[in-house]
Design a protein around this ligand. Structure first.
Ligand SMILES: [Zn+2]
Ligand SMILES: [Zn+2]
Ligand SMILES: [Zn+2]
Length: 322
């Protein structure tokens, strides 16, 4: 005899159209599947977690049930918040400085959430977040597949991708698996960055150097020769000891094309603004107390510049150099 596959349904829809968890559902009341709207059976035992069940059919799969339920929960959380019933959901996002997941409040200006919203480009987002009566960002619910590159390219609005099962566990916390929102920096790292900026500005002023706003990342180091604090620069390139000229001109005046005896070649280097001594790439990038240690400076974009600057500031603080 063929086994009958039963779907586990964490939330049912009651006869008023409201989402109800199996835990809070009442025996004897009617509940329906959020995907196919078939009647579902409440199972509340002593051992298993409460859930609804219905027999698998062609309209409905475990995956589609989880997907739809997570979307409905996201919408419910927003609507309950806007109705003053609940707190706003919090986003858990990775900080661009320390790399830890930290809480960020969903902006107050979010007014509503709409399901399966079609963007101009034809892409349908799982949940559209409404600001000023228009969908301005989206929540994508991942079950097994993440947002594929094809869809990503067509996404004209910022989005956050969350795990469907995690949303069902706790719809108030949206942990970002991936997001294209504005880069997030935690409170502590913001303070570190301010401290770094102050020190960099002071140092730059003393050595009469202007701090760049793009392309040339900067850090602070002590010249190995004259022992004074100086500003050193890092710019996007594929290798250390690069013979390729930096792309953006004018260069900071301490970047020079020099012959190095150590590597027996000419290459672009940082020099000390006081004594002119070469500040070798090996020290700046490879030594654990070098200002660019662990920084992967590759991309030439303002976004990458900002990310790298955060890393540099955070790392200097971590080494006790601020
Ligand atoms: Zn169903
Ligand atoms: Zn941080
Ligand atoms: Zn020096």
């Amino acid at each position: 005899m063929a086994e009958i596959i039963e779907l586990k349904i964490p939330y049912g829809i009651d006869s008023e159209g409201q989402l109800e968890s199996a835990k809070k559902a009442i025996k004897g009341k009617d509940y329906f599947c959020p995907v196919c709207f078939e009647k579902i059976i409440l199972r509340k035992g002593k051992i298993k977690r409460p859930h609804f069940a219905h027999k698998a059919n062609t309209k409905c799969s475990q995956e589609s049930v989880i997907h739809k339920t997570a979307k409905l929960l996201i919408q419910k959380v927003i609507r309950d918040w806007k109705a003053g019933v609940n707190n706003p959901p919090v986003l858990l996002r990775q900080c661009g400085g320390c790399g830890q997941f930290k809480e960020q409040k969903l902006p107050e200006k979010v007014e509503d959430a709409v399901l399966e919203y079609r963007l101009k480009e034809g892409v349908i987002v799982d949940v559209g977040l409404v600001v000023n009566e228009t969908v301005q960002s989206a929540v994508e619910v991942k079950i097994t597949h993440e947002v594929d590159d094809e869809k990503l390219k067509k996404m004209s609005i910022p989005f956050i991708e969350v795990d469907g099962n995690a949303i069902i566990e706790n719809p108030y916390v949206w942990k970002s698996l991936k997001d294209t929102f504005k880069p997030f920096v935690c409170k502590k790292c913001k303070e570190i960055f301010v401290k770094f900026q102050k020190k960099a500005q002071m140092t730059a002023q003393k050595c009469n150097i202007e701090l760049p706003k793009n392309y040339y990342r900067y850090g602070i180091t002590t010249c190995w020769k004259c022992k004074r604090e100086i500003i050193v620069f890092a710019w996007p390139r594929d290798e250390l000891h690069s013979k390729n000229e930096p792309k953006v001109k004018p260069y900071p005046k301490t970047i020079k094309y020099y012959y190095s005896r150590t590597i027996n070649a000419k290459y672009w280097v940082n020099t000390c603004s006081y004594c002119g001594a070469i500040q070798g790439d090996y020290y700046l990038y490879m030594e654990p107390d070098g200002p660019f240690f662990g920084a992967h400076i590759r991309k030439d974009s303002l976004k990458a510049f900002r990310e790298d600057m955060l890393h540099i500031a955070f790392y200097m603080d971590y080494c006790g150099l601020l």
